[in-house]
Design a binder for this molecule. Sequence first.
Ligand code: G3I
Length: 315
Amino acid sequence: DAPLRDLAAARGVYLGTAVTGGKLTGGYADTAATQFDSITPGNEMKWDAVESVRGQFDWAGADRVVAFAEAHAQKVRGHTLVWHSQLPSWVNNGTWTADTLRTVMTDHVTTEVSRYKGRVDHWDVVNEPLNEDGTLRRSVFGATLGESYIADAFRAARAADPAAKLYVNDYSTDAIGAKSDGMYDLVKRLLAQGVPIDGVGFQAHLILGQVPASMEANLRRFADLGVDVAVTELDIRMTLPATAEKLDRQKSDYAAVMRACLAVTRCAGVTVWGFTDSDSWIPDFFPGEGAATLYDEGLNPKPAYAGVAGTLAPT
Ligand code: G3I
């Protein structure tokens, strides 16, 4: 059977996966390389991973993932430059003036984007900037700088690598609702200000049986603003144990998300947040839940794999 990456390419989208750099050997590496044409480092490009001490950068983890992608002709989705989580305490707990924090932030963005200039296709420049009600999250950045930090982060990223596609990315924005309305208004404001934003990422950490009916319409309204859209962290979790019935439902849920992307011309692609249940954040964060990915713990494709393949297959 044709690998997912070939099926996706024939439909004009990419199919990506998040990976754990330290696991990129053996069957895990083979599957990541064979099936996907975009790679997101799951943790290796985050602020705490690359700059745990101010001005001291450690690129080892990120370099390894980028080298893997290049060896297998895969795009790289850089994740992520400015985020309130996995943020070193020197940033999060610092006492900042607005000017100093802005400089710290733009220095970080400039240094990381420059390091991978020409090698990262998409950057999640700003991650999870919004509260559930669609207002600006009072992270250290939001609280100290207000919304202007977002524009400044994008400008620094564009200056450092004009070719990279720059995204804002968030969760629980997959359906039309208060949070995605907040994102929609934010993107509109940024565009009106001439901020160099190319796309909006929808994480899509979904629950079995709850793919939003409005997902396609939601992606389309953002695309109609003149930006690309992408599903950036797809997984569909269930209460364990997984049964044949639940896995079959998961198959149709994955297919529904793929169809939503394919239906929107400006949907660039879909990334799954880990491709095997042995490498998923779900069991750690939601005890009793799991089985959220395309492959089981033994790297055998699940029904969801066929759901994605079948949706991507030529019609
Ligand atoms: O690096 C330490 C290691 O030294 C230590 O031994 C180990 C012990 O638990 O922890 C390791 O850190 C873990 C890290 O992943 C790297 O494996 C953290 O505890 C763990 O909390 C962290 O989880 C990550 C999570 O983001 C944290 O926010 C997940 O792997 C990662 O998949 C997840 O990804 C996020 C996206 O970036 C943004 N959107 C939501 C998504 C899911 O939470």
